[in-house]
Design a protein around this ligand. Structure first.
Ligand SMILES: Nc1ncnc2c1ncn2[C@@H]1O[C@H](COP(=O)(O)OP(=O)(O)O)[C@@H](O)[C@H]1O
Ligand SMILES: [Mg+2]
Length: 244
């Protein structure tokens, strides 16, 4: 199922105290992600991209404002939202299948069903043959496939990715981008993809939101029409990025 995500008046301030309130990283951010849409959140390092993603994931508690998924307020992490980070954080002592199965435990599924879903998710990311391998036996790209399988195995409505391909070489990265695009087209998940790479944002997403700051605010919001990216669109986005 695809579901819309609404971020309304999102304000996040880390640390601080009653005497010295922290300056917010995000200050009243509004952003709506349509059900089944693929949005790239683009911005320089430190502008608050991961904070936005963390608030949707439920890892980051807003100081003010709120996030809802299909009108249900986010109060913490949940299986309706799958998350993929740059550092895949797989358990080295579990196989690829074991890593995905472990993530399904919180769903309360029977063992056979966990196994069935894990194998299906690994097949979905082209890793059917690597299911019984350990992370150390897998390349970086393959480990990231496991992380992607882990995120989708719970059949979430929303997929959140935080610079997921940043540590991969250029060729592997392009392959993973293709894989993600096909996965999205097949599943209709609502995708929020965080990156600081303008070309990655433009090649993947149907919408690019440029975040500036801190405090993070939306500097630009562009639809990306299908087909080759026009130099004008790239220049307009690059211009906003440069201005931050
Ligand atoms: N847990 C945290 N505690 C304190 N400061 C944080 C924390 N997480 C992020 N920050 C600060 O918030 C700002 C935005 O961080 P982040 O959301 O990670 O930006 P981005 O992902 O765009 O690089 C940065 O200045 C960062 O140092
Ligand atoms: Mg970040």
């Amino acid at each position: 199922m695809s579901r819309p995500v609404r971020i309304a008046g999102l304000t996040v301030a880390y640390g601080g105290s009653r005497r010295a309130p922290a300056t917010p990283v995000l200050d009243g951010l509004d952003l709506e992600l349509a059900a089944g849409s693929f949005t790239a959140l683009l911005g320089p390092s430190g502008c608050g991209k991961s904070t936005v993603l963390g608030a949707v994931a439920g890892f980051v508690r807003p100081t003010a404002g709120r996030v809802t998924v299909a009108d249900v307020p986010v109060t913490g992490p949940g299986p309706d939202r799958g998350v993929v980070f740059q550092h895949y954080a797989l358990f080295p002592w579990r196989t690829a299948r074991g890593n995905v199965e472990f993530a399904l435990k919180r769903l309360g599924l029977k063992r056979a069903e966990r196994r069935r879903r894990a194998l299906a998710a690994l097949a979905e990311v082209g890793l059917a043959d690597g299911a019984e391998k350990y992370p150390a036996q897998l390349s970086g790209g393959m480990q990231q496939r496991v992380a992607l399988a882990r995120a989708v195995a719970a059949e979430p409505d929303v997929l959140l990715l935080d610079e997921p391909f940043g540590a991969l070489d250029a060729l592997t990265r392009t392959r993973m981008q293709d894989l993600l695009r096909r996965l999205w087209q097949r599943t209709g998940l609502t995708v929020l993809f965080v990156t600081h790479d303008i070309d990655e944002a433009l090649s993947l997403a149907e919408r690019v939101v440029v975040l500036g700051g801190p405090p993070g605010g939306v500097l630009a919001d562009h639809a990306v029409p299908p087909g080759p990216v026009t130099p004008g669109l790239r220049a307009a986005i690059a211009d906003r990025l440069g201005a931050t």
